[in-house]
Ligand binder design. Structure first.
Ligand code: R1P
Ligand code: URA
Length: 244
């Protein structure tokens, strides 16, 4: 089966993989695998396959925002991918998770437009608990701050004239905001796949992003490197558990 948007043959896809927003990050992840090869680079979707410790995995970029990302998730799952981990960046809601921290998302508030076109408002966007456990356990063995909790998926990045709901979500104890996890969790639930996500914090969500956003600092790069390795190891562990 040919997947027309990713421009990939389903036969080339293994049963598990990693997704991320940035096509350059997809290349960075693929470079950490053995026998990596690029399958396609169409629109924002750059797709590689490679392996670690005998476990094959796909690595695909999904771009910025839930609608485009959902197209990637849908086609990967249609192509036979059953386990997906998002490796992303996010703005923090708490001083306990400053820039460079890692967050494992157990569930996401559906503050985006895509999933309301797929499921009723009460449908939860939740991670697979085995993926959460694997990510959290592996990440906790690394140096630095690692937290596990709920995150928010929001469409708008730069503020307009309306208030963002960040203060309310902060008071409700949510950890961070990004733009695609709710889509990933809902699409995975609907299509019978399992998903999880790990995020590198690149600043505070209530900062003036138009002036202060910088995801390219040394601190963030180190956290992204770390979360990539955590996600690869989690994929290997989960695939090996499946085989047993
Ligand atoms: O680093 P990625 O995976 O792109 O994730 C975050 O960064 C982008 C915003 O700059 C959004 O896609 C957001 O979800
Ligand atoms: O969506 C995002 C991603 C990174 N940092 C943010 O503040 N927001």
């Amino acid at each position: 089966m040919f997947l027309p948007i990713l421009q990939v043959n389903a036969e080339d896809l293994p049963a598990q993989g990693i997704v991320c927003g940035d096509p350059r990050r997809a290349k960075l992840i693929a470079e950490k695998l053995d026998n990596a090869r690029e399958l396609a680079f169409s629109r924002e979707y750059r797709v590689f396959v490679g392996e670690r410790d005998g476990v094959q995995m796909v690595v695909a970029s999904h771009g910025v925002g839930s609608p485009g990302a959902a197209v990637c998730f849908e086609e990967l799952i249609k192509g036979g991918v059953k386990t997906l981990i998002r490796v992303g960046t996010a703005g923090s809601y708490t001083t306990e998770a400053p820039s460079g921290s890692l967050i494992v998302s157990v569930a996401a508030a559906r503050e985006e437009g895509l999933t309301r076109q797929l499921v009723p408002a009460g449908f939860p966007a939740v991670a697979d608990s085995k993926i959460v456990d694997a990510l959290y356990e592996i990440a906790s063995a690394t140096e630095g701050i690692v937290k596990k909790g709920m995150t928010v998926t929001y469409d708008a990045f730069f503020a307009g004239v309306l208030e963002f709901p960040h203060q309310a979500y902060k008071r409700a104890g949510m950890l961070a905001v990004e733009m695609e996890i709710a889509a990933l969790y809902v699409v995975a639930s609907l299509r019978g796949a399992r998903a999880g996500a790990i995020l590198a914090i690149d600043g505070y969500a209530d900062a003036d992003l138009a002036n202060e956003y910088d995801p390219h600092t040394e601190t963030v790069s180190r956290a992204v490197e770390k979360e990539i390795e955590v996600a690869i190891q989690a994929i290997v562990r989960l695939a090996k558990e499946e085989r047993e």
